[in-house]
Ligand binder design. Structure first.
Ligand code: CO
Length: 173
């Protein structure tokens, strides 16, 4: 399975509204596998198809909790609850961070890699990853919704992590 090159802020594909998938076939499953491979190669916890230059509604996520990586087609958030502000980054905007308010818990509906309808409930880190990745599918970057956007040094990131405001994996979504 190949690791694919990432797209970066400034690439128009990151600003397009990604197209819904109509048919889940073997090629699409292969693309989701490539996305997982690319996410892992970048120590990522989430990746959306526009980040590999593909304007389709596909996301993957892996919070390394022992569960297999999540592969999701046409994901949509159907329920949000609570609100939490945390430091977030993005693989497509290296070294830049910002404070982003997200729902604490979300319910996401979509299809899995076999085309079967699935509903996932996520809290905390995974809930943030879903919201960030689904924003990518709508051409939205975290810097559009973040406050206090800045470059952060390793020390500042460590400090934020110690204070519970930053989960290190969230630089790689
Ligand atoms: Co991102």
């Amino acid at each position: 399975m190949p690791t694919l090159p990432l797209t970066y802020d400034g690439n128009p594909v990151l600003r397009k509204k990604a197209q819904p998938i109509r048919v889940v076939d073997h090629l699409l499953e292969q693309m989701l596998d490539d996305m997982v491979e690319t996410m892992h190669a970048n120590n990522g916890v989430g990746l959306a198809a526009p980040q590999i230059g593909v304007s389709k509604r596909l996301i993957v996520a892996d919070i390394y909790d022992g569960e297999p990586p999540i592969r999701m087609v046409n994901p949509r958030i159907v329920e949000r609850e609570g609100s939490v502000v945390g430091v977030e980054g993005c693989l497509s905007i290296p070294n830049v961070y910002g404070d982003v308010e997200r729902a604490e818990r979300v319910v996401v509906k979509g299809l899995n890699e076999k085309g079967k309808a699935i509903t996932l409930t996520a809290e905390g880190l995974l809930a943030r990853v879903f919201q960030h990745e689904i924003d990518h599918l709508d051409g939205r970057l975290f810097t559009d919704v973040a406050t206090n956007i800045r470059e952060m040094t390793e020390e500042e990131l460590d400090e934020a992590a110690d204070e519970g405001r930053y989960e290190p994996a969230l630089g790689n979504i």
